[in-house]
Design a protein around this ligand. Structure first.
Ligand SMILES: C[S@@+](CC[C@H](N)C(=O)[O-])C[C@H]1O[C@@H](n2cnc3c(N)ncnc32)[C@H](O)[C@@H]1O
Length: 232
């Protein structure tokens, strides 16, 4: 683990820092406007040669499979960054599906919104909230409606996974009949993710761990007893 971390650190030094403006400029000028697939391919092309925080094609396929299976009406994403995963989610949603995506960095939020529009989606299908997850969650009820969220993607700060999940639950925003929560584990079992899974292991009445693939952890929330325990 130490070697892997040292290698990642050295690579980061060699490749430089993630740049929101440069990501946006590359995708905006290189993609076919109105074509979500082209937008994603251009993001991937950029990530081949530049530092990038996009969820990427491997984790993206896990995301696609979940959206195909769950067919969510209301989706919440925490951590929009430049909009890669938002475009990925939106292109798979059923016709009535709607995405709310939250980004605390104003520049990233603004440029992501532009790229989501470039990908061909309309404001009737998505909303970008420029604030922290802690500020966004208490104000979500009107946008989510009485049915609640059927999919939540957490790709922001692992230290916020547990408090944000508990806040969503406390606000009654998770769909009682079943809500799929995806946690992106970018830092090899970060303490925040471990703490979240430890907590959920004690909450078998509501949560179960479904799968863990490509460092995406899938949890299911349901307001009834789960027969499967949270493991991992
Ligand atoms: C790994 S990137 C997200 C990548 C994005 N999902 C994608 O695939 O393109 C994480 C983003 O979360 C944002 N972020 C971190 N903590 C946050 C918080 N508490 N609330 C909202 N956004 C947050 C960061 O500014 C950053 O842009």
């Amino acid at each position: 683990a130490l070697c892997r971390r040292a290698l990642a650190w050295a690579l980061q030094l060699l490749r430089g820092r993630v740049c929101v403006r440069s990501t946006h400029a590359f995708v905006f000028s290189g993609c076919t406007h109105g074509d979500a697939r082209s937008v994603l391919e251009t993001f991937d092309l950029y990530a081949d040669t530049h530092p990038s925080l996009s969820i990427g094609p491997q984790r993206g396929e896990v995301l696609d499979e979940v959206v195909r299976r769950v067919q969510p009406q209301h989706v919440l994403e925490l951590g929009t960054h430049c909009g890669y995963s938002a475009v990925r989610l939106l292109r798979m949603l059923p016709p009535a599906g709607r995405l709310i995506t939250v980004e605390q960095e104003p520049l990233a939020a603004e440029l992501a919104e532009e790229l989501i529009l470039v990908a061909g989606f309309k404001h009737s299908q998505f909303q970008v909230l420029t604030c922290s997850s802690a500020e966004a969650i208490p104000a979500l009820r009107p946008a989510v409606g009485p049915d609640g969220l059927s999919l939540v993607l957490m790709d922001h700060d692992p230290q916020r996974f547990l408090p944000d999940l508990l806040a969503l639950e406390a606000q009654g925003l998770l769909r009682p009949a079943g809500c799929c929560v995806l946690l992106v584990d970018r830092r090899q079992r970060d303490g925040g993710l471990r703490e979240t899974l430890d907590h959920l292991r004690e909450r078998r009445d509501r949560y179960c761990l479904r799968t863990q693939r490509q460092s995406v952890v899938e949890i299911v929330y349901r307001e009834e007893d789960h027969s499967t325990a949270v493991e991992g």
